[in-house]
Ligand binder design. Structure first.
Ligand SMILES: Cc1ncc(COP(=O)(O)O)c(C=O)c1O
Length: 412
């Protein structure tokens, strides 16, 4: 929507005021560019299609259809699935019960419900400068003041800045964080910062929305313990089966203090009555069969290989002075190029001339003057195969060679 167009529509068609404050996500805008033939895309956050568990899904579909025809009916949220989620969370050090869980259509809906519960119009919220665009889309309906804090590519959110904001009078409805496999930066929040964030949230009595769609995809050592393991009353945890099984199931969950789940259930019912009953039964059946842990091991090993291929290619691809994150979890890494390079403009050259695509940093930033975002890119390594990653990085390398007069001169 062009600037001003929303307010004209609002006056002529009588639309509500929020239409002036929201926009399409940059991902949607990038789709036509990415749909061009022969493009190698590092742009979107898609899981690998080769790793979809099609056989396990097909077995579960047939078992559910023959054994549980009520799976096609309206129904109450699956207690069996909630019990599996309780066990999954226990494996990460989180104690919760079924009454604290609300099943949702993916992490996106979970965040949207929690935001609707906590955020009044025009209130403040704390979030990172570089932020998952789906979050901005959700909160923009409420026209909040987003108090932004920077993110360090090695240790995550600047928690000292969060503390400073609270100390100097900010009164946010919540703090939004992605502590594992941050989208877009690809960093895990350090242990020290986790403890401090929890302490600050308690001292100022500010809830945290902990978004964790990548938390089960950890590539080195064990998974990080979620913030929710430590704070039951102030952390709203969000999980998802999108990256673990398949996004088209549209199945996720939130864990909230038991006293508020009734309100979340009302918001959920008002929004879409129920999370797809069929998907709930299918996933419960898959988890019952013990399929998930071997599957997760396979995903972690394969995504770790792809990450390593991309990391190995970076120094020979990006211009001198570029720096990047080394993700221990999730789907993305973040490269900051020298300040003079505008990656939004570069994307057109990359896609049209070299048939390779990435997400420019500005897609994740609300401030058009942010130099760091302007000269950065987010690269996805989960979707393309190892050989496509190698080929895509070669293409990027030749682009930098021709357009900046130098090749193979990355740093770190
Ligand atoms: C931080 C974050 N939240 C939410 C989503 C969407 O997840 P879901 O498919 O579970 O709604 C994504 C996916 O890209 C994400 O990276």
């Amino acid at each position: 929507m062009k600037e001003g167009q929303a307010s004209i529509l609002r006056d002529t068609v009588g639309l509500a005021q929020w239409v002036e404050f929201v926009g399409r996500s940059p991902m949607q805008d990038a789709l036509p560019l990415l749909a061009q033939p022969e493009i190698i895309s590092f742009a979107l956050g898609l899981p690998s299609p080769e790793l979809f568990p099609t056989e396990a899904l097909s077995r579960a579909c047939s078992d559910v259809l023959s054994g549980h025809p009520q799976a096609l009916q309206y129904g109450v949220p699956s207690i069996a699935l909630k019990s599996h989620i309780v066990s999954l969370m226990r494996s990460r050090g989180v104690e919760c019960n079924e009454r604290q869980i609300v099943l949702t259509c993916g992490a996106q809906q979970a965040v949207s419900l929690i935001v609707a519960l906590l955020l009044d119009r025009r209130r403040e919220v704390i979030a990172e400068e570089m932020c998952y665009p789906g979050f901005r889309q959700v909160v923009n309906f409420y026209q909040p003041e987003i108090l932004e804090v920077p993110t360090d590519r090695e240790t995550g959110m600047d928690v000292d800045r969060v503390e400073w904001l609270l100390k100097t009078g900010a009164c946010p409805a919540f703090i939004y964080a992605i502590p594992n496999g941050h989208n877009p930066i690809g960093v895990n929040l350090s242990q020290e910062k986790r403890s401090k964030l929890l302490e600050v949230s308690r001292r100022y009595n500010v809830p945290i929305i902990e978004e964790d769609p990548y938390g089960f995809l950890s590539y080195e050592g064990g998974s990080e313990t979620p913030l929710r393991a430590v704070s039951e009353d102030l952390v709203f945890y969000v999980g998802s089966f999108s990256k673990m099984i398949a996004p088209s199931l549209r199945l996720g969950w939130l864990i909230a203090p038991e006293k508020v789940t009734g309100y979340l259930a009302i918001l959920k019912e008002a929004s879409d009555i129920d999370t797809t009953t069929f998907a709930q039964h299918i996933v419960a059946c898959m988890l019952e069969s013990g399929f998930l842990w071997p599957h997760l091991r396979r995903l972690r090993a394969e995504y770790q290989r792809r990450r390593n291929v991309m990391l190995a290619a970076l120094p020979g691809t990006f211009p001198r002075g570029s720096v990047w994150s080394i993700p221990r979890c999730g789907f993305f890494l973040w490269v900051r190029l020298p300040d003079e390079i505008d990656t939004t403009r570069l994307l057109k050259i990359a896609a049209n001339e070299y048939r390779v695509a990435f997400m420019p940093g500005m897609a994740f930033c609300g401030n058009r003057d942010n130099k760091g975002a302007r000269s950065s890119v987010r690269l996805n390594f989960s979707n393309p195969s190892e050989s496509l990653i190698e080929e895509g990085m070669l293409r990027l390398g030749s682009m930098f060679g021709s357009h900046f007069g130098v090749a193979s001169i990355g740093q770190k």
